[in-house]
Design a protein around this ligand. Sequence first.
Ligand code: UDP
Length: 241
Amino acid sequence: MTYKRVLLKISGEALAEVDDAGHPQTLSNRMLHKIAADIHTATQLGVQVCVVIGGGNIFRGDKGSQVLGIDRSTCDYMGMLATVINALALQNAIEQNGMACRVMTAIPMKAIGEDYVRRRAVSHMEKGRVVIFAAGSGNPFFTTDTAAALRALEMECELLLKATKVDGVYNKDPVKHKDAQHYAKLTYSDILNDRLSVMDATAVALLREHKLPLAVFSIFEANGFANVLAGKGQHTLISEV
Ligand code: UDP
């Protein structure tokens, strides 16, 4: 299968790292450049790439609200702003890796990114630019997983790829359980019925309804993104059949 256009979902945590001295870093230069290089390799296959970036390395609305006692909507807007910080960092890394890149924000912030306009996003990709969608869906009570499903459908992507810390979906946490079983293929109904934690239920329901396939792969694998597009490497492919 050769893909024309795909969307890559990267969680905020993927941009964080514990440095050599053992100190947690909110943003890791190494991870930003690793992801940018992976995107570069994928674009060299002739695929148009757009990205939805999370904000969990900086702020999450649900946890923030519990800890700070600030109302949930306000905390969710704070979380959306966190995704903009990550988007700017990734844009810079992508540009340093020799690609043109535009940040489009769901919440207008004209000084630092373009307003999200569907047709303009498509036009950027057709010109070979990578587009990063920031500020999630622009609405509180959603996640960037749901924003990724939404944007992938709007962009008429043929595949949504979710980069995680493990190389696909398992029946139990493979970090804690050595006997965890890896799934090469699953259906969306499997995910919902077996409560496998892949994406939140709203995102999964949206993908299932519109029959958009999802690939789950490891952010740490060298060229993991391009490998999925080439049908290589270990990952999980989820579709409705
Ligand atoms: N968020 C939101 N609406 C959206 C997307 C994100 O309110 O459409 C907020 C929400 O508070 C969330 C935070 O932004 O906790 C960061 O996004 P997310 O937790 O999805 O990031 P990730 O887990 O992918 O790093």
